[in-house]
Design a protein around this ligand. Structure first.
Ligand SMILES: *Cc1c(COP(=O)(O)O)cnc(C)c1O
Length: 366
């Protein structure tokens, strides 16, 4: 069999090309303007929130969300020990200290019991990462933050379209942040989105992303701000990608179900509990005894996979002598055993069937 399947790739077609050609044909400033506004409105309507602010990426989105709440030096923010590193670096960037907490193995997200134990007098916020569209009990997370007077920031970079109890992830917290980087379910190459229902926070975020001025072009800068704008070119692509979101959501769910069904009797493989009526697994993630061995075998068959993230406490950027695997057993376990299988939205079912045949051959020798 001659396959070349990557672990994940962005996907666009003639509709993006046409939309870009039309936009360029109509003149315009290229940078953030009307198209960005339209994109923000589309997403606000879809998610059912009052404010959507597009920014350069999800890392800057998280940074803005924290800074808009006055979080900075001397503060602590609770963060899962298992996530893409940007959740943590956004906290560090503000000068606050990320306090890492282990995840639960049932959803690979922040363990809320441990999070509660980690709250100190300096804690100002919880960074809740809905990894791969999964989440802990979001009502409990909201309640926990209310009880202790903490800000709830949702890093929903991987969760556009995923829900908890019928409500979109990213819309439970004081602020939710999404990513449109090249690997995410829809992309504009780079891009982020901040959502909130709080008028004042939205206003602060608008200023933060635009040099601290009250409106584009103003000469008075009311606060220290940055340039985290996207361009209308990205918004044009984002709008076309958004039109494909519903299809991708249903296809990703179908893909996940098919993988899970075809590999159900392979004892070495563990799937995380996933209710696809609510969760859209953006990546097909499995836990296996030796992910590198499976990865090497699949690579020899032309099939791309990727080891899952390293635990944050083992990242050179954050490692310190106290941050030992002993304190984060679940995070360490997932880092050691996690593998992402091919997950591009354009994969066909027959390709998944072939991939699963190879995985079965690896484990069952047949
Ligand atoms: C992708 C991702 C980010 C960072 O998003 P960028 O848009 O690349 O800055 C942050 N957190 C999580 C969980 C992610 O998956």
């Amino acid at each position: 069999m001659d396959m070349q399947i990557s672990q994940i790739e962005p996907w666009f077609d003639d509709t993006e090309k046409q939309a870009i050609a039309e936009y360029l044909g109509s003149g315009g400033w290229l940078t953030e303007h009307k198209k960005t506004g339209e994109f923000e409105e589309l997403l606000a309507a879809y998610l059912g929130v009052n404010h959507c602010v597009a920014v350069s990426n999800c890392t800057t989105a998280l940074f803005c969300a924290l800074v808009a709440h006055g979080i900075g030096p001397g503060d602590e923010v609770i963060c899962p020990d298992y996530t893409f590193i940007a959740s943590a670096t956004a906290i560090s960037w503000t000068g606050a200290k990320p306090v890492f907490v282990d995840i639960g193995l049932s959803n690979l997200c922040l363990d809320l019991d441990l999070a509660e134990q980690a709250i100190s007098p300096y804690t100002k916020a919880i960074m809740l990462v809905s990894l791969n569209g999964r989440s802990p009990d979001m009502h409990r997370a909201v309640e926990l933050c209310e009880t202790y007077g903490l800000v709830l920031i949702e890093d929903a970079a991987q969760s556009l379209g995923s829900k908890f109890g019928g409500k979109f992830l990213g819309t439970f917290g004081d602020v939710g942040c999404f990513s449109f980087s090249a690997r995410k379910i829809i992309t504009m190459g780079q891009g982020g989105l901040i959502v909130t229902n709080d008028d004042e926070i939205a206003d602060r975020i608008h200023k933060l992303k635009n040099f601290g001025r009250p409106f584009p072009g103003a000469n008075m800068h009311e606060s220290v701000g940055y340039n985290f704008k996207i361009t209308d070119l990205q918004a044009v692509i984002g709008t076309e990608q958004f039109k494909k979101l519903l299809y991708r959501i249903s296809h990703k769910k179908g893909m996940y179900d098919l993988y899970r069904g075809l590999l159900a009797d392979v004892d070495e493989i563990t799937f995380i509990d996933t209710d696809v009526r609510e969760i859209t697994p953006w990546m097909v993630d499995i836990l296996v005894p030796d992910p590198i061995a499976l990865r090497e075998y699949l690579k020899s068959r032309g099939i791309g996979t990727r080891p899952m993230y390293e635990a944050i406490h083992n990242q050179p950027a954050y490692a310190n002598p106290v941050n030992h695997d002993y304190y984060f057993p679940n995070s360490a376990y997932v880092a050691e055993h996690g593998l992402w299988l091919p997950s591009s939205s354009f994969l066909k079912y027959h390709q998944i069937w072939q991939i699963c045949e190879e995985i079965r051959r690896f484990y069952k020798g047949k």
